[in-house]
Design a protein around this ligand. Structure first.
Ligand SMILES: [Zn+2]
Length: 265
């Protein structure tokens, strides 16, 4: 679906009865202003020139509206395939932000990650919120104080607090056998617990049933939006035998301040 069409040389949002031209393929667009779907422009015959087209949602519009109009729905053409693509947001510094409401095929997901050089995903997490559990707040998994420890990866999400084991004590021996594990209550991790006690809860371990795997494997940063004042950046800590996935809390205000101000200098 398209938000902006060319109408007499100006980019305009749809109004009932208005006719426009697609800024991507120069074909005619019809204003769709029904009661149920968000008002949008559509190609005649319903074939969109952008094979990555998505339905527009209010969530989508609200996010886009944080940015300057000329950064919204920026048109790109793939040199090789000739395909048209509309970036939700493209900043003057070359960062593309895609606001993603629906699941994507892995193929399309990887195509977009490759096509846009500096891509950031903001994913509407509200549709799968019921499958998502924030299991524990955790000390910063990248803290130097944890350099000699690995996290016990809790795939079931039942652990009441993060658990750690000493890297050197870890034995593989063909069996997943841990010698000792520690929590923040243990004196070995006292300095970590102290640092953590002074910090805000900025890092979370999580359990995601019915997960949409593409978001966990993304090369481009993925921020989950649960509809509150924060975004949750999916991060990974490399460790043996299983790397740890966790979330970093980023205030929406901070996120916007970083990218909205990209017009400067
Ligand atoms: Zn078009």
């Amino acid at each position: 679906m398209i938000r902006y069409a060319n109408v007499d040389g100006q980019l305009r949002e749809p109004v009932m009865g208005l006719k426009g031209i697609c800024p991507g393929c120069n074909k005619s667009l019809i204003a769709k202003c029904g009661l149920i779907k968000i008002h949008h422009w559509a190609h005649k015959g319903r074939i969109d020139c952008d094979p990555w087209w998505e339905h527009i949602t209010q969530w989508h519009l609200d996010w886009q509206n944080n940015f300057a109009p000329e950064w919204r729905e920026v048109i790109f053409q793939d040199d090789r395939s000739g395909e048209i693509h509309r970036a939700d947001i493209h900043t003057p510094k070359g960062v593309t932000i895609e606001f993603q409401h629906s699941p994507l095929s892995l193929k399309e997901f990887e195509s977009r990650n490759t096509f846009y050089k500096k891509l950031i995903w903001v994913v509407n997490a509200q549709p799968f919120e019921e499958y998502f559990i924030f299991t524990n707040a955790t000390p910063n998994p990248q803290s130097p104080l944890l350099a000699n420890y690995n996290f016990v990866v809790d795939t079931k999400g039942f652990a009441k607090s993060p658990r750690f084991y000493i890297k050197d004590e870890y034995k593989w021996n063909g069996q997943k056998r841990l010698l000792r594990s520690f929590t923040l209550e243990d004196h070995e991790l006292r300095s970590v617990a102290e640092e953590y006690g002074k910090s805000k809860k900025l890092y979370w371990l999580f359990n995601w049933n019915n997960k949409r795997g593409e978001w966990l494997k993304s090369g481009a940063p993925v921020f989950l939006d649960f509809g509150n004042e924060s975004l949750y950046l999916i991060r990974q800590r490399q460790q043996e035998p299983t790397s740890l996935l966790y979330l970093q809390v980023v205030g929406k205000k901070d996120f916007l301040a970083k990218y909205v101000n990209q017009a400067d200098n």
